[in-house]
Design a protein around this ligand. Structure first.
Ligand SMILES: CC(C)(COP(=O)(O)OP(=O)(O)OC[C@H]1O[C@@H](n2cnc3c(N)ncnc32)[C@H](O)[C@@H]1OP(=O)(O)O)[C@@H](O)C(=O)NCCC(=O)NCCS
Length: 393
């Protein structure tokens, strides 16, 4: 097909040399593999239903030369501060596809950061796609973090590179967030908690894993009431944007919905004291990806009097064992606000390594907040755990 003459184009922006971007249309379902960013193939029929019913709001990457839809690009707006963008091109296009992907991301970033004045746009690209990374860096993106071995590409573990492009006006007003020094507390020495007992006579009801002082079990409804209550009594306001007033019913519905899913994306445990069975916190996995075998870890001890006494690290060791040894995950990551130095110190103590930062994620005190990122590989955790003579099955 002949390329559409410039003056006759329906859309007059988001055009590059080799591709242009436009909203997805129902007819694009015929090229299902080009537009569905999934690790498995989906039929045009399923994709048509997705386009019709859910209205995903994604955009098509179209080859300028012949108007063929070769990929798709999704913009996830995080408040007014940030747009997280993911681009996909049908795998069969190989190297050429990477050139189109790079151009699509550059077009999107010119629009998002400059025209829409969004403070920043973020992308995460497997290190195997070096030509995409080079093109983005050449356009003004900065590498902000490197999550080791987060992606499985052609049978190899590959790092994922996080890049951000900043709006020049905001950069001038607020200064370069990459230059801000990260405050650190704690010893910074990785040291796992003592091995957990392998067999316990008469374990607490519903206990999944039992440690020296705490055990993990599924969420119970009364835990949710307790958690909501302590949220209202919060004394530390630095680890989130001020205090919260959550609804127990909404929290309970989320837990119920998560449990109903065939493949869990969120796996959370309540943490209870062995001595009294008191529920004191929660640890869990978010965004579990069983294809690339990674997840994000999260911890929350709702009662301030149980923080900074090692309970969080003891519970986390059991979560790590569950993630690596039961689910077979390969890599875990975590992000922490700069000011939450205690949480970052706890992660270092648990064996995580600093891997960079994600900038301008939220706001506080008239400035934008930055987060530090961490990662931990299964092999590293196993090596550390064996130092404490943790009995291996
Ligand atoms: C984050 C959390 C789960 C960590 O668990 P924990 O039981 O408190 O952690 P630990 O006691 O095992 O380790 C705390 C580390 O922080 C350091 N620390 C203790 N109090 C601190 C404080 N007030 N400020 C800064 N660092 C502190 C400790 O020295 C220790 O490091 P070190 O042993 O290497 O010196 C827990 O503090 C918590 O629930 N906080 C509130 C919610 C939260 O911030 N969640 C994480 C969001 S990213």
């Amino acid at each position: 097909m002949e390329a559409v003459a410039t003056e006759n184009r329906r859309q007059t922006f988001l055009y590059g040399d080799v591709v242009y971007l436009r909203p997805l249309e129902k007819d694009d379902a015929k090229r299902s593999v080009s537009i569905r960013n999934t690790p498995y193939p989906l039929s045009p029929e399923r994709t048509e239903a997705w386009l019709t019913d859910d209205g995903p709001g994604d955009h098509a990457i179209v080859r300028t030369a012949d108007d063929t839809v070769v990929g798709s690009i999704a913009f996830e707006k995080r408040g007014y501060l940030r747009s997280d963008v993911t681009a996909w091109v049908a795998p069969a296009y190989g190297e050429a596809g990477l050139t189109w992907k790079a151009e699509a991301l550059v077009l999107a970033s010119d629009w998002i950061c400059n025209e829409q004045e969004t403070p920043s746009m973020r992308v995460a690209i497997p290190a195997a796609e070096q030509c995409v990374i080079d093109r983005l860096v050449g356009t003004g993106f900065v590498v902000t973090n490197r999550q080791r071995e987060k992606k499985l590409v052609d049978g190899q573990w590959v790092d994922e590179i996080g890049l951000q492009r900043f709006n020049p006006g905001w950069l001038e007003t607020l200064g370069d967030p990459m230059a801000i020094e990260l405050p650190r507390t704690g010893t910074g020495i990785a040291r796992p908690t003592p091995a957990r007992p392998r067999a316990v006579t008469d374990p607490p009801k519903n206990a999944w894993m039992i440690g020296e002082r705490v055990y993990l079990r599924p969420f119970l409804l009364p835990d949710i009431d307790e958690s909501v209550l302590w949220n209202r009594r919060e004394t530390d306001t630095f680890h989130m944007l001020g205090r919260q007033l959550p609804f127990g019913s909404k929290f309970a519905a989320e837990v119920r919905d998560d449990e109903a899913k065939e493949q869990l994306e969120y796996v959370f445990f309540s943490v209870c004291l062995r001595e009294t069975d008191e529920f004191i916190g929660e640890v869990g996995l978010m965004v579990v990806d069983l294809v690339h075998r990674n997840a994000e870890t999260a911890s929350w001890f709702h009662r301030p009097d149980y923080r900074a006494q090692g309970y969080g690290s003891e519970a986390k060791q059991m979560l790590l064992e569950y993630a690596f040894d039961t689910l077979g995950l390969h890599m875990l990551e975590s992000t922490v606000r700069f000011e939450n130095t205690r949480s970052a110190a706890a992660l270092r103590k648990q064996g995580y390594r600093e891997s960079g930062r994600i900038c301008w994620t939220s706001h506080r005190d008239g400035a934008f907040v930055n987060t530090v990122t961490f990662d931990l590989l299964a092999g590293e955790w196993r090596a550390l755990a064996s130092d404490t003579e943790r009995p291996r099955p």
